[in-house]
Design a protein around this ligand. Sequence first.
Ligand code: HEM
Length: 279
Amino acid sequence: MVDKLVDDLLTGPRPVDLVANFSSLLPAAVICDFLGVPFPDRDRFGGWILTLTQHDATAEQQAGAFGNLFEYMDALVAAKEAEPTDDLLGQLADVQIRQGELTRQEVVVIGLLLLSAGFDTTASSIALGVVSLLDNPSQLDRLRRDPSLVQPAVEELFRHQNTLQFGVGRVAVEDVELGGRLIRAGEGVILLTPSGGRDEKAYPRPDELDVGRQGPDPMTFGHGIHNCVGKFLARVELQVAIGTLVRRIPGLRLAVPAAELSYRDNSLVYSPRELPVTW
Ligand code: HEM
């Protein structure tokens, strides 16, 4: 999939918007393929998901978007119950609903959760990762010269960036002292995981991007027993996307100064709105 997208970039006009033509397409194509959701519908369901994550959407707009998304997924699962397909939703519909393990509504909610959690986050991480590398030419050059660094480089990009603009909530089950403060059983804490990624006690020179950094796992996907179920997929997507871009388009560079990029800052998922690049 990544090679096909890069083929299209290489034969298309320059400069090109890497968000519209690469970073937003790959995770949508992957999750659609994996779940069995039609890729051509991406603008429709993508628009509803965007409304759900937008801070300035009204409650009515969000309820409307959720209703549309639910109806869409319900119809899709019903179609897969009638005619099973060889994908995750098809298998859930065929085996789990038929055997009474899951209800239709449960399968619809699983589908919605995976679809909405699975593509905008990864798309934004790819775009933010490319910006960070293009903005740090010495690190980009290290990665170009040593492609085996792609795995630590992606972990470093996850640490360094700030994809998710929300805190992960937890409730203390017993009294615990944290950072000199007593949190009593039953009290809540909201953990700002991107801030953890810049903790100088865990990561020396935390603001610097270092593609060879060996440090604790980034908190991008949460922490502890309950964390992101899609982290393995997201990691592979970034490794392949970034590794292939760096290998196949060695002259890749921003077509505008980095300071001129505009960011989606009214959403749970932070991302450049557009990423004009050339080579
Ligand atoms: C770079 C991309 C991604 C980031 C930054 C990300 C981050 C997160 C975070 C911080 C959580 C909350 C964990 C917690 O409650 O402590 C989460 C939950 C979740 N993520 Fe991801 N995620 C990404 C990609 C994906 C992908 C590709 C999928 C699906 C294939 C996915 C599916 C989910 C689901 C279903 C949950 C909810 C799990 C639950 O509450 O039981 N995520 N993600």
